[in-house]
Write a protein that binds this ligand. Structure first.
Ligand SMILES: [Fe+2]
Ligand SMILES: [Fe+2]
Length: 173
């Protein structure tokens, strides 16, 4: 599974941009082209980040660029999965795409809602805690990266809340 994911997108894909192909619709082909284009741009960007991290004499700069690299690697993976899933749904309708359909109803809605509520509660507590921590750091006027890192975790927490709200909203149906 892991090696399947690591392979570059182009290698194991049918030409979704080929207009003579009877399968994919115009919209599918256009979206697929955008996705693969974006994958290429992000790959260049990732290379640039890597070079910068290697060259810089600043440990702080390297530390922060490494955080960006982690995100960009994840973006690359998600974009590749988006392209692969689009290909699967457009051409091989019998196969399950890598990115699953919204099948929350496979689970008991009450159980899903209860779990998301519990997790939302923890994430909200986390958000309050981070806010307190950030205020504390600000009053210290410190010269470290700590304030920025706490701010980034606040943004992550917003992302976590968005994911959980999405699940909770769609579990009801
Ligand atoms: Fe990105
Ligand atoms: Fe979280």
């Amino acid at each position: 599974m892991e090696s399947e994911r690591a392979r570059p997108v182009e290698e194991h894909m049918i030409d979704m941009t080929n207009e003579s192909w009877a399968g994919p619709s115009f919209a599918d082909r256009a979206l697929y082209a955008h996705l693969t284009e974006h994958i290429a741009t992000e790959r260049d960007l990732l290379e640039e980040y890597r070079e910068i991290a290697e060259r810089t004499q600043s440990r702080a700069f390297r530390y922060l660029v490494n955080l960006l690299i982690e995100d960009e690697i994840r973006h690359h993976q998600i974009f590749s999965e988006l392209a692969e899933s689009l290909e699967t749904t457009a051409l091989m309708k019998a196969r399950e795409p890598v990115i699953p359909f919204m099948d929350f109803a496979q689970d008991d809605p009450a159980a899903v809602i209860a779990a998301t509520k519990r997790l939302l509660h923890h994430e909200n507590e986390d958000a309050r805690e981070l806010k307190r921590l950030r205020r504390e750091l600000r009053s210290m006027h410190d010269e470290s990266l700590n304030g920025l890192l706490v701010e980034l975790m606040q943004r992550d927490t917003q992302k976590h809340l968005a994911i959980l709200r999405f699940v909770k909203k769609h579990a009801r149906r």
